[in-house]
Design a protein around this ligand. Structure first.
Ligand code: FES
Length: 593
């Protein structure tokens, strides 16, 4: 007898199916479960969409199939689940011809990209990690551009939470790294970003839009107003002012200048997170398109106006009034930049960084002033600051408390955010750099306050006659050893040595960065670890193949090693989804037991 067509496979006779109640069709395709129930024949993927256990072991009652393992329940006819955490089970066409049962062996969707886009929306809406992982995998398999997936998740996050959060920061940081990531790591990056956005939005009230003003004041006025409303914590006024600037078509650079000026009304607000979130919102729009600015950019305002500044902290007031030092320095910035204008060729980034690591705050401010007079641009100052902050991490003494890693981390990611914002602003500031460059002064004082973290300093490997000769020389062996180090606790120094070895031998920084990303993406990483890797990659790229670039990646490796390994639960979810999507039989042995 002929098959209905080549895509169909014979499951058995209808009589046999009636007698047994269910049959499983195996082959090169995924296993298919055929069920006879109350006069009708149904065919489904035999792998439970939850964790892949065989549904043939399940029970059928009243048109409902219940999986034997975690008791997820499915509508037999449609495959749709009653238990959202388990996901829907795919069904396939089944035909009875001349007493035989034939099933179509190919599962599919008429428009896979649209199907998986909807599933991603469902997974985000209900915070379903497994559904999110499958939907990301499905979209990538359907050749949906990575940036499109980032856009879907980012807009969901902006609309379904009253303010920018950790999830959107992680999503943006990982999205920035996507161009450097191989396929597997790109899948994991998008999965982690999406699941963290979903978790942030779970149970939250959606955001309520506000409208721009009907007038179009000039950029300088909008900048002044934004500072004023931030200073008095007037969120609605600040949001409407920002929306007015966006509606007026102000460039990202001018908007960045206004927001950085407003943000630095407070000193090192919320230990730097507030400024970092602002920078990430800008980077998010670079990735998903600036036409989404009205939806995304105002999400940072709530935290910005509510943030607590370090000026309220004793540590910044005694024994030295660091806030007064910053204010005094900031008041001179317009004149200093005017004096330095026209001076070309300032390139003392590394020497300035060393001065920023000094232990006299007045001298640190003086060093910054001298650099400006000598021609340093705002982004030169922030680059030095970011490198100095990376050195703080690279030399972090192992005798510190574990939580002190976060203290070092905060200054580094803050400095990176200031650097990215100042690079974006360039020369776009309509009234000079005075306000925005306060971020550098605040960052320099935050760095000064963390000087105890380097007492005594950890040695940077590969320097001062340290040859690293006990380590392998082959690039792949070094990277394998690095991953092995991340499998064990407290391998901070070994990880640093392996990174130093890799780079001093001239092996590819990109391959090393991909390995660091792999090490991070397999962990249940904290928010800071994602920030650390992304900021480190950006800052090391600015220095290229130099000792400074190497120091920054050593800092990243040391931080990641201090926070590895974790339980890797999210990786297990991603792995189940990946194998399920590839059609693998996940639990054959369990099925045959
Ligand atoms: S409910 Fe089926 S494997 Fe968990």
């Amino acid at each position: 007898m002929d098959a209905p067509n080549k895509e169909f496979a014979l499951a058995g006779s209808l009589e046999e199916l009636k007698a047994k109640g269910r049959l499983v069709v195996h082959g090169s395709h995924r296993p298919i479960l055929v069920i006879y129930d109350r006069g009708r024949v149904f065919a489904l993927d035999n792998r439970c969409p939850h964790m892949g256990f065989p549904l043939e072991r399940g029970s059928v009652e009243d048109g409902i199939l219940t999986c034997h393992w975690h008791h997820a329940r499915f509508d037999l006819e449609s495959g749709c689940t009653f238990d959202l955490w388990a996901d829907d089970v795919p069904i396939c066409p089944v035909e009875v011809r001349n007493g035989d049962v034939w099933v179509k062996t190919a599962f599919g969707h008429a428009d896979p990209a649209a199907h998986w886009r909807q599933r991603l929306a469902d997974g985000l809406a209900h915070d379903l990690g497994l559904v999110i992982a499958k939907a990301v995998h499905g979209q990538l398999a359907a050749d949906v551009p990575r940036a499109d997936i980032v856009r879907q998740v980012a807009l969901f996050g902006a609309e379904n939470r009253d303010g920018w959060g950790v999830g959107l920061t992680i999503l943006t940081a990982l999205a920035n790294l996507l161009p450097t990531l191989p396929e597997e790591e790109a899948f994991l990056a998008l999965f982690h970003g999406a699941r963290r956005v979903a978790a942030d939005c779970d149970g939250e009230a959606p955001r309520r839009e506000r409208a721009p003003l009907a007038s179009r004041p000039d950029p300088a006025a909008l900048k002044r107003w934004l500072r004023r409303w931030t200073h008095v914590r007037h969120r609605e006024a600040a949001e409407r002012t920002l929306l007015t600037g966006i509606a007026a078509g102000l460039s990202p650079a001018v908007l960045a200048d206004a927001l950085l000026a407003a943000e630095t009304e407070r000193v090192f607000a919320d230990t730097g997170h507030s400024l970092d979130f602002i920078n990430k919102a800008f980077e998010c729009l670079d990735l998903i398109g600036w036409e989404h600015a009205p939806a995304v950019l105002p999400t940072v305002v709530g935290q910005m106006v509510a943030a607590r500044g370090a000026e309220e902290s004793t540590a910044w007031r005694q024994p030295v009034d660091l806030v007064a030092l910053c204010d005094e320095g900031a008041s001179q910035l317009p004149q200093l930049f005017a004096a330095g204008r026209g001076v070309r060729g300032w390139s003392d980034h590394a020497p300035l960084a060393r001065e920023l690591l000094g232990d006299d705050p007045a001298k640190i401010i003086d060093a910054l002033k001298a650099a400006i007079r000598a021609g340093a641009a705002p982004a030169d100052l922030s680059r030095s600051l970011a490198y100095a902050a990376a050195l703080r991490v690279a030399r972090f003494g192992n005798a510190n408390e574990h939580t002190d890693w976060e203290t070092a981390h905060h200054v580094f990611t803050y400095a990176n955010a200031v650097d990215q914002m100042l690079k974006r602003i360039g020369s776009a500031s309509p009234d000079g750099h005075g306000a925005a460059v306060r971020g550098v002064l605040h960052g320099a004082m935050a760095l000064y306050l963390t000087r105890y973290l380097n007492v005594p300093p950890a040695r940077i490997p590969g320097e001062g006659g340290d040859q690293l000769d006990e380590l392998p020389a082959d690039a792949e062996m070094i990277r394998a050893a690095l991953l092995d180090a991340f499998d064990r606790q407290r391998q901070v120094d070994l990880a640093a040595r392996l990174v130093a070895r890799h780079l001093t031998l001239g092996h590819s920084p990109q391959a090393l960065i991909a390995t660091l990303a792999r090490a991070l993406l397999r962990e249940d990483a904290g928010f800071h670890a994602y920030q650390m890797l992304e900021a480190g990659v950006r800052q090391s790229a600015a220095w290229g193949d130099t000792g400074e670039g190497r120091h920054i990646l050593i800092a990243v490796a040391r931080y990641l090693a201090a926070h590895s390994p974790t339980e890797r639960a999210a990786l297990q979810t991603a792995d189940i989804a990946r194998r399920w999507m590839r059609g693998s039989e996940l639990h054959q042995e369990a099925g045959s037991s």
